[in-house]
Design a protein around this ligand. Structure first.
Ligand SMILES: Nc1ncnc2c1ncn2[C@@H]1O[C@H](COP(=O)(O)OP(=O)(O)O)[C@@H](O)[C@H]1O
Ligand SMILES: [Mg+2]
Length: 366
């Protein structure tokens, strides 16, 4: 299911009301600083994932002096355009409701299943720079779409870990902490296997897009997956039990799939050591494109790509290259920029552009 054909926002950040009919290729939103470009991208990401990439507090999303915001999209299958899903989210301060084709939906994952979106923002290089959480989210995005059972293990793991950590913090007797260990080991091992398989399937695509975007690199890329427990461990349950005293002292569980990570290497060098800032951004683009292409192979539907402030991300040559790759892959993309001339329009028939000003859209001739 993966083309947005209609988007409607009501009282979202500085946008009182936005309504647009999107095109299947490039959708370009052009505006000055503070026009509302990032907000538009944020709204779609929020609808698809339930999370904003800028705030945890709903009150910041709702237009000042309003009490609620709604985001609505019509999503269609690119293979079967007659299959249309209507997806809506309404947020009040402290409350949220989701609807799919007029019916109330309880879980965000049902919505996510309908709109696989990927996001590139000027902060995306954090995927390499910061702690492992962003890299786990990256793997888990792929596992979620690739393995239908993934979400169930992921949720179980989260719940059990919370209980175990709670018991550790409360310094409950050992048997009340260790009661969770077997479950935690089981979910960790399931999640571990899926992440491993996912990264293995992803690597050839990552190599392909690293080569396309950074042909200057002499070594090819490798993903070194870390489980979240020492490599040589034969019995995770035993390891957890041996480390109980340390867990108690720390007040949290040291080993398990919640501590997994990926290290990206070119030859023997860490990606962060060898890549320039510009190349780090290209590497993140290659990661997104690799995920997108693998997703397309598995789900037989493309993803939707959101790119905030493309000129801040890439130079002219690489902007063109990225847009060409997206077009070849048949991926609908929503792109923001401060100027129209900075974004090449490769195919007028599948592209549209709007001027955005104070949260309002006006379609532009391209
Ligand atoms: N809840 C809100 N209500 C009204 N305006 C808001 C709200 N949140 C942010 N804004 C304003 O919306 C404007 C657009 O922000 P943003 O989307 O980041 O712009 P851009 O990405 O185009 O630079 C900013 O001026 C910001 O102050
Ligand atoms: Mg912005």
């Amino acid at each position: 299911m993966t083309q947005l054909n209609r988007l409607q926002l009501q009282h979202f950040r500085n946008a009182a009301h936005i309504h647009c009919q999107l095109s299947p290729g490039l959708n370009l939103f052009v505006g000055d600083n503070a026009a509302g470009k990032t907000s538009l991208i944020e709204a779609i990401w929020l609808l698809a994932t339930g999370r904003s990439f800028r705030t945890r507090q709903a009150q910041h999303l709702i237009q000042h002096s309003q009490t609620e915001t709604t985001i609505f999209a019509e999503v269609c299958s690119s293979l079967h355009p007659e299959r249309i899903n209507r997806i809506g989210m309404q947020r009040q301060n402290g409350a949220m409701s989701l609807r799919l084709n007029g019916e109330s939906v309880r879980s965000q994952s049902e919505i996510a299943q309908q709109i696989p979106v990927q996001l590139l923002t000027p902060e995306s290089h954090r995927l390499l720079e910061e702690g492992p959480k962003a890299r786990r989210q990256f793997m888990d995005w792929g596992c979620f779409y690739q393995f239908p059972e993934f979400i169930q293990y992921w949720r179980q793991h989260k719940r059990i870990l919370k209980q175990r950590n709670h018991a550790l913090k409360k310094r409950l007797p050992a048997d009340q902490v260790q009661l969770w260990d077997q479950h935690l080991v089981a979910t960790s091992e399931h999640i571990d296997q899926m992440r491993r398989n996912y990264l293995q399937a992803l690597t050839p695509y990552l190599e392909e897009f690293c080569l396309a975007l950074m042909p200057e690199l002499s070594e090819s890329v490798h993903c070194h997956y870390r489980s979240g427990w020492p490599k040589a461990t034969e019995d995770l349950l035993q390891l957890m039990q041996q480390n109980f005293a340390k867990d108690l002292q720390l007040g949290h569980t040291q080993y398990g799939s919640h501590r997994a990570d990926i290290r990206f290497k070119f030859g023997t060098q860490e990606a962060m050591q060898i890549l320039s800032r510009g190349q780090q951004k290209l590497f993140v683009c290659a990661l997104m494109l690799a995920q997108a292409k693998l997703h397309q192979q598995v789900a037989e539907e493309p993803v939707i790509m959101l790119i905030d402030d493309l000129p801040a991300e890439l130079d002219e040559f690489h902007r063109l290259k990225l847009l060409q790759l997206l077009r070849e892959l048949g991926i609908q993309h929503l792109v923001t920029s401060t100027a129209l001339g900075l974004i090449p329009v490769l195919d007028k028939n599948t592209s549209k552009a709007w001027k955005i000003d104070q949260g309002a859209l006006n379609e532009l001739e391209i």
